[in-house]
Write a protein that binds this ligand. Sequence first.
Ligand code: ADP
Ligand code: MG
Ligand code: MG
Length: 963
Amino acid sequence: MSKTVAEPKSGRAPREPEPAAGLVPGKAVYFFGDGRAEGNARMRDLLGGKGAGLAEMMNAGVPVPPGYTITTEACRLFFESGGRLPGSVAREEDAMLARLERLLGRRLGDPENPLLLSVRSGAPVSMPGMMDTILNLGLNSATVEGLATKTRSARFAFDSYRRFVQMFSDVVLGVPRARLEAELTAAKKKARAKADVELDEKTLRALVRRLLSVVREETGQDFPEDARVQLAQARDAVFRSWHTDRAEHYRRLNGIPDTFGTAVNVQAMVFGNLGARSATGVGFTRDPSTGEPRFYGEYLMNAQGEDVVAGIRTPHPIAQMERELPEAFAELKAITERLERHYRDVQDFEFTIEEGRLFMLQTRRAARTGIAALRIAVDMVDEGLLSKREALERVEPDQLDQVLHPVLDSTARKRHARLAKGLPASPGAAAGAIVFTSEEAVERGRKERVILVRAETSPDDIAGMHAAAGILTATGGMTSHAAVVARGMGKCCVAGCTELQIDEAKRTLKIAGRMFREGTFLSLDGSTGEVLEGDVPTTDSEVVRVLTGRLKPTQAPLFERFERLMAWCDEVRRLRVRANADVPRDAQIARSLGAEGIGLCRTEHMFFAADRIPHVVTMILNAKEARQARLRIARIEEELAGASASERPGLKQELARAKKEGGASMRDFDGALAKLLPLQRADFKGLFLAMEGTPVTIRTLDPPLHEFLPKREHLLAELQGLRRSAKADPRRQQIERTLARVEELHEFNPMLGFRGCRLGILHPEITRMQARAIFEAAAQVAKSGLPVRPEIMIPLVGDKEELRRQRAEVETVAQDVMRRLQTTIPYTIGTMIEIPRAAVLADEIAAHADFFSFGTNDLTQMTFGFSRDDCGRFLPEYVDAGILPGDPFVSLDTRGVGVLIQRACFAGRRAKPGLKIGVCGEHGGDPASIAFFEQTGLDYVSCSPFRVPVARLAAARAALSRT
Ligand code: ADP
Ligand code: MG
Ligand code: MG
């Protein structure tokens, strides 16, 4: 059999002079071949990830078929010229093609000795949604015969031709994939073949004819015969695929700039479908799911391209290749190990074996689960491949979320039938209603947890995968689209579950004879691949079980690595990390995850407990009357003090009346506060103890008052029922009174209403009660010899006067408690900066504050004028339309809100040097926002307990990126 391999002609003339390796200004096409490449791994932005990887491998002496890369810069020129490649670039490409033809001694479109090409997209960052690769380009009615003669395998030639026509028609000509697939299915059926490998030459010839006529029917034109036209069309289609909806959607989700552009790789073909000693496959240098250091992958004999990942035939585990193709296996293992050491990172590689000879077709940094990322980073430090600092750069903060992910409850799961077992493609656990399309997942996913069930996912399913709690597929292996994308998303996935029979049209799923309709609940275990019936409850992960004392650290290797990585974070980070926690249980979790204090305790959350609500309601219902009575009494007493003898009796009478009339509400109001005091005191004591002397920031009441009261509609309905009862019915009176207060408290714009310190200003008794509870709790802790550091935080301050007054109330109580209980408690009083006016007047406010804490949720809301609760109607559209780069409630708007923060920090610290400043909004747990807070010089961030490890890592990485 003659050579088809991409091998240089032997006995060739002396080497052509090569341009110097590296970046050449204005150069649009970079060559790789004959052991040398013009590009290298550092040229990702220009050559795309794939092109840079091919060049680097070529330079490292790895066997790679030769070819050339058209740059991302050329992609930009392509769009600037209205979707055409500028003539200068096209000429450069022609020259490179000629060079490739010379190197291989074959020509594109030559019927005697045809050169066949693959055309491959390749953006600077790996990106599903880009154009699919086209293989075997250059085949037409003449060259296919030439190929058949040269290889003495007409079957092989027509198999390649069939593949080419199918791929090209689909991705370049836009012929519906289903129609093309239907022809293949029909041919297989007719030939009684289970798989495409069983089709003989005759069948394949007929199939190609059918495909070509489908193209004519669908497009009204003939399939291009001219190989150069094929090449130009394929190349342009790759460029254009940069702007497909799929690609744009993916970029938006992942914050990839639209300006990057994609490169195009044109490469000589090597053939994995050339018979029984040929194969194609993919693999990883370590397990991308667990991080375990074992050679890992899948391959198919006598196959081409994406057969392995497309789930057409079930691929074999790579270990089996050691028996079938021992030499190629040994070489593959050696090369990929070398690549891992070279890149000092786990590689995801693609290869093809042509008649026993190995060719590498791609290598890239392997996507991995959070668990794998953690294990690999720590292991590679131990192996001496990485420094600790580099290890921190290898784990994305958000990935740590997965280490804390829930798993299916091991007891509860026993009560649920195990329906099937697929591959454990992405760990974690999920339960949800099954849906069969991406659209349905998005739709239904708004209201409930869903599991997306597909034969196999494709880039069209990205939105649905995002919306789903878990993903379940019938075909495809550990390296299938579903598996790779789910791992990247940190989402639980069970793939290749062959027992599933999916009927997308009828929206049913059959497993082992049982029928499940859309909406039925199933549960997935992404770590074992099991599919269970019903809604199985989830439990805490290994790390969380250790932290809560339910598992010994020695039995938890993942926990041990987690702790080490966290310790490395703490060596380098400057920002402190605190947690937002309201109850001792959350505080304990936060502490065990490394929180260095509480940055926000929302006291109103404590008020919601069942034993408190009645007192809170009484407090609210009487607050207004009690205040009016107090004001009236104070006014009369003042008048009395300056009154003449004749006026006094009248005033005294009036005073007595005022006391009598206001007595009930004042008593009820004060009584409610008195009931709440010991409850709050116990809460605070629990928090102080849990936080072991670290600072605990307690915010005074910041309630939407109406949330505590019964709903207006409910009261009206109950009143309706009591209509016939006597007017004097006490229940009826009570409801009427509550209803009146509910209506009175109704606000047209509660977010800008009677909130925050405004409440404490009008009803200082509430602030005093809370201060008392805090200091008495602190005193109890201090007396038992333990350290305690309360920080009292006044919310929603817009003017210094508000803070001054509330501060005075707190200080009076603090002095009183400390004197009475004979202790000293180190405490501070500060404020939240969450109203733009406060940020602007930060210097004035700082005069009365020991600390600032930016409440970035409200600050964002008020700076944009976007209601947090209503912006869902338009904000996504804003982001889609590119008006905003992202949701400012998720990642801080550094250009607007961020500038307010910077100025407030500067002004605050100028007025009060050393002013402590932190953040307690949602942004305190967002890595991008944390980077900004690091740059701005904040002292700490505070986030929800389970985000603490994420914030520690993000803070460490932010600190490292500054050095
Ligand atoms: P993707 O970006 O989807 O990974 P690739 O460009 O890597 O697409 O191509 C997919 C597959 O096509 C490769 O894994 C390989 O099997 C096959 N392929 C690509 N180029 C060649 C080639 N020059 N020779 C043989 N097979 C190729
Ligand atoms: Mg692909
Ligand atoms: Mg690939």
